[in-house]
Each structure stands twice: as structure tokens, then as C-alpha cells.
Design a protein around this ligand. Structure first.
Ligand code: CA
Length: 329
């Protein structure tokens, strides 16, 4: 298996772009994250009806676009509007806004009230190809080499619907010449079978990250995420992947009676297997219980847990933190 890239500082992965400041997965959010000096920009990818990879967090369009107003009557029986039911030229007509969720009574609730307003919705859903062009273009104009961090969303669900997400995404990476840049591209997925296939069948040279959910989140994979956090599970991951992407609360377990942060043994077990650890998601406007500010959060994960990188909605604050640390050394 090819070696993963090495970095001196933990890498800053812009989670859905600079999504703390601009609606997630818009080219505006990606351009901002690039300008803020993120090392990698994240792409969550799903397919349109005509099989085009688009950058969108959900398999649904309704939490971040005006699809319900623009295409009334196109929801499935569950009331949701699926990207897979829309041609790319229809998805291009949508306006993207800040994430809204629906509460039990069906009322719209803004997910992050302090962030960019839901109106005006002036943004679009980019294709993966367009986003790669943006990043390549900015790399050229700035002289940086900001990378891609691509997630395959719900590959098993796509297959049940008759679509091969992994192949479609890998074709775009190949078209754009990113299929053989292991220093500049990470691939991530919650589904272990897709990662095993990438490693053993498609033989990608790109580093693979096994994302770790909680079993009750309803990810579309049959994997047991409790098992993946054991020494045995991590040894298995190390046979096909270069690292893990755990949820921050799988590492940070709160405070002990004297106020010290309590950490699980996940990072040390992963390190014993030579796995990188890239936890998600670091948000200064949604801190875990017992943590008072972003610096404290980063201290716990970077100084204490010594993670290799992290997903954040606020790449500028992460970059500033790492710079302060560097200045103190
Ligand atoms: Ca993601």
C-alpha cells in the first residue's frame, strides 16, 4: 500500500469549505477556505439523475436549496427531494442557501443562526469537475497546492438506485488529472466496502480515510462502528486505509472531577496501527460540553491527542491557532 503523505503540522481540512462563513459546498465557501489557507478543501459528492457527480452533503436537495419552490411535486413519497431525481441542468437552476432543518412539527429551523443569512439565496450547486477547476485555478493564481478531500456519500444507496458513485467520482478525478496525486487528494467514506474496493480492485494510489460514525446515525453501510474503534477493528482498517476520520466525541469524553479533559484510547490505538487520525468537526460556534472556546478545543486535540489533521468550518481560526503555536516554538 502506498505511504500516506506526511505533514509537520496537523492539516487543516475545510469542512464543506469555509462553511462557518458562507453556505456549505458553494464555490464561494471553497474560494474563501482556499484564501484562508486551508490545506485541503472537502467535497461531499452525490450523483444527479444523469450520473454527474455534484458537490452536496445530503442525498437530498431540500435542506440547502430552493428545490421545493422551484420544482413542486418532485419529492418522493417521504417528502424529500433527491438529487438523483434531477438532471444536472435542473440542479443548476437551484439556489443554495444556509442549511435549514425541519423540527418535529415540520417547521423550518436554521441550523446555525449566527452564520450567513438564509436569504439571499444566491449560490449554486457545483459539479465536482467545476470545483476542481476552481481549486486548480486558485492554486495556480496563488502558487499554493491546496488539496481535495473527497467523500463518497451513501455509495450503497446509490447502488440500490442503479448508480455507481465510486466509479463516477474516480472518472472525474482522472479527467482532471487528480487520480494519481497522493500528496494532494484524500478519499473518505463511512462505508468500508467502498474503500476496500478502491484499495484492492481499483488500486488507487490515493490515501483512504475510513470515517467512523455512531451505529445509531443510520449511515448506509453495514459496518459496526463500535468494532472499528477497537484494536481489532483498527487493525482491519489498516489493511485497506491510511487513516480514520472519527467524530470528535469518540476521542473527547468530557472532563474528570478535577477538570482535566478525558480522552478515549482511539488515537493511541490508531497510531499503533500506523493510521492517521483526522477527526470531525471543529466548530467555534458549536463547542462540545465542557469546552469554552475554540483554542481550548484545539489544545485538547492537537497538544493532548496529537491528531494528524482535522475538519473545521473555520479554517482561518484553525490556521491562526497553528501559527500562534509555531510562533511559540
Ligand atoms: Ca463530509
Amino acid at each position: 500500500m502506498p505511504k500516506p503523505p506526511t505533514h509537520t503540522d496537523p492539516i487543516v481540512i475545510a469542512h464543506r469549505g469555509a462553511s462557518g462563513y458562507l453556505p456549505e459546498h458553494t464555490l464561494a465557501a471553497k474560494a474563501a477556505a482556499h484564501a484562508m489557507g486551508a490545506d485541503f478543501l472537502e467535497q461531499d459528492v452525490v450523483l444527479s439523475r444523469d450520473g454527474i457527480p455534484v458537490v452536496l452533503h445530503d442525498i437530498h436537495l431540500d435542506s440547502t436549496t430552493d428545490v421545493a419552490q422551484r420544482f413542486p411535486g418532485r419529492a418522493r413519497q417521504d417528502g424529500r427531494y433527491y438529487a438523483l431525481d434531477f438532471e444536472l441542468q435542473e440542479i443548476r437552476q437551484l439556489r443554495v442557501h444556509e442549511r435549514v432543518e425541519h423540527d418535529a412539527s415540520g417547521r423550518q429551523v436554521v441550523a446555525f443562526p449566527q452564520r450567513f443569512p438564509v436569504e439571499p439565496a444566491m449560490f449554486h450547486v457545483p459539479t465536482l469537475a467545476e470545483e476542481i477547476d476552481l481549486i486548480s485555478g486558485m492554486n495556480r493564481s496563488t502558487g499554493r497546492s491546496t488539496g481535495l478531500y473527497v467523500e463518497f456519500k451513501a455509495p450503497n444507496w446509490h447502488r440500490q438506485q442503479g448508480y455507481e458513485l465510486v466509479s463516477a467520482v474516480m472518472s472525474v478525478l482522472e479527467e482532471k488529472g487528480y487520480h494519481n496525486r497522493p500528496q494532494q487528494v484524500f478519499l473518505q467514506c463511512f462505508d468500508d466496502l467502498s474503500l476496500r474496493r478502491l484499495r484492492h480492485e481499483l488500486k488507487t494510489p490515493l490515501p483512504l480515510i475510513q470515517l467512523i460514525a455512531e451505529n445509531d446515525w443510520g449511515e448506509d453501510s453495514k459496518v459496526d462502528y463500535d468494532f472499528l474503534q477497537t484494536a481489532e477493528g483498527l487493525a482491519d482498517i489498516a489493511s485497506y486505509a491510511h487513516g480514520i476520520g472519527p467524530w470528535i466525541m469518540q476521542i473527547y469524553r468530557g472532563r474528570d472531577p478535577s477538570g482535566n479533559a478525558v480522552l478515549s484510547d482511539l488515537t493511541s490505538l490508531a497510531r499503533q496501527q500506523g493510521l492517521l487520525v483526522h477527526p470531525y468537526t471543529f466548530r467555534s460556534d458549536q463547542l462540545p460540553e465542557g469546552i469554552h472556546d475554540f483554542q481550548e478545543l484545539l489544545d485538547i486535540f492537537i497538544v493532548q491527542a496529537k491528531v494528524d489533521g482535522f475538519f473545521t468550518d473555520f479554517p482561518d481560526q484553525a490556521r491562526a491557532y497553528l501559527q500562534r503555536r509555531r510562533d511559540q516554538r
